[in-house]
Design a protein around this ligand. Sequence first.
Ligand code: AGP
Length: 613
Amino acid sequence: MCGIVAYLGSKQAAPILIDGLYKLEYRGYDSAGITVIEGQQLATYKCKGKVGQLDRIVDQDKMEATIGIAHTRWATHGPPNDVNAHPHNSQDGTLSVVHNGIIENYQTWKKILIEEGYVFRSDTDTEVLAHLLEYFKKKYELSTQEALRQMLKKVVGAYAIVIIDQENPDVLLAARKSSPLVFGIGKDEYFIASDATPIGQYTDQFIFLEDDQIIRIDRNDGYRIFSLDNETVSGEIQEIDVQIEEIEKGGYPHFMLKEIHQQPQTIADSMRGRFDLEAQRLSVGGLLDHIDKISQMKRIILVACGTSWHTALVAEYLFEDIARISCEVEYASEFRYRNPIINENDLVIAISQSGETADTLAALSLAKERGAMTYGIVNVVGSSISRVTDTGSYTHAGPEIGVASTKAFTSQLTVLSLMAIQLGRHLGKVNDTEYQAYMLSLDSLASKAATILTQDDKIKYIASEIKSANNALYLGRGYNFPVALEGALKLKEISYIHAEGYPAAEMKHGPIALIDLYMPVVVIATNESIQDKLISNIEEVKARKGLIIAVINEGDEKIKAIADYYIEIPPIKEALSPILSSIPLQLLAYHIAVMRGCDVDQPRNLAKSVTVE
Ligand code: AGP
């Protein structure tokens, strides 16, 4: 997804902007650019490719400018090339714009502007904004700020937009609608960015702009936030400490590998303050505050996308199996358009690492419109979903930079497992013996995750054996069926091997036709309660020369005897097994992708946070 960073202060802007773009790379992009006001003139540098290429064409040391905007582009309109890269400047060369989002009526305005004599060089909707701003200024004789306000009333779509005006070199203007934008308040300096990551090293004071808000930042007069109706609003300053080491690789070759290895710690962090074995206490704050109301809900609807949707599938098994509450899982992108039946007896839980996924936000707003109670399970503090839901719980996994979600997934599962057990206990569905068993299992999670990571070399070897496959199947049953989907997603999104996840019993209904000696089949077979069924599925695959890679409980001699390769994990209560059984699959996908020379942290075409539809 596009990334924005802007600076206004007393330091050289260019180094801050370029460094900020490097820190935004994880969002996924295909081109980059900056504009500064150098000697009272706009100076714009932009190119297709990586920030490193931009860095080489910008002579930062010679740039005295103390105001600038910068952008990494994830192409929505028009191919990745130098011309389509942001920033885009107005025809008269006085205004420069960076934008994240989609302007849905940009073609209508583009036609009008062309008739007014404006000449377009790019295919982007953002260039329309740059010329439209100039058009409003000149046609209605408005200031840039007032022209922006009037323009935003006329455009339809999502935007996080930042503007600099060479005629006002002391002012930054920005606005947001649906695409996130955060304002950082430093000492005699100000920052704007898509998230806190690129500016966390300069300040811990942030204001998250809300939809339909504009901010004017003046070097001499401070800042003012106001609505599209020009009413001043007071933004709430949030103190967020973005630790630099959290957004560096810490000696790992990739963020994804670092984040996989952080999981013993992040699983523990997601339980901190919510679980204490000695005190026999298990309580998730966001749930506890509303447990009477939530426990009377007739149904839980889980809405999410991607990996978070796989978490939702596991949560459905957890809430129905443990808390005995009816549960439904919805792709947020489908839920928002299918006119679903929702009412005040529903609890809609949105699961999202970024807290900014457009489809999940839209599903939430539909749920709120129709009277449901809403709950957010998000990782990014202060993100949009955390601010629009009635209540929620942070997963506390720390910044997840790798596009492929790993530690956020296991932290989401941990929090939802705690919630299901807490609700089940509150509703009298979990007796003392079961409660004790869950408590002991939960207490062992982090250490068992660490044990799995010690098998990295073995998993790397298995990866070397199957790295050249063109297709792969992932099979699982019960709690591990969603893990099969997640394992397949990990492989396909970073190694570009086509992979599909299936309930193991579904093999006979079609996928078995695909099995041959070139098809690796990964079977998550840690469910002791149905081990015989899983053994039958493995035999069916082997009868057709398929290659079996099995994730098994330590000491499972039966499956060891029939699998071509196996990865052992410490046994744990079945309901908690996805938290552990997913870790070997993360490592398997990682190593295969590295061996195939793929860009593991920024896979092609993917973005870390999909803030557009
Ligand atoms: C998962 O590895 C992908 N990066 C992607 O499917 C992701 O899970 C999805 O876009 C949802 O993101 P969110 O959790 O931030 O809402």
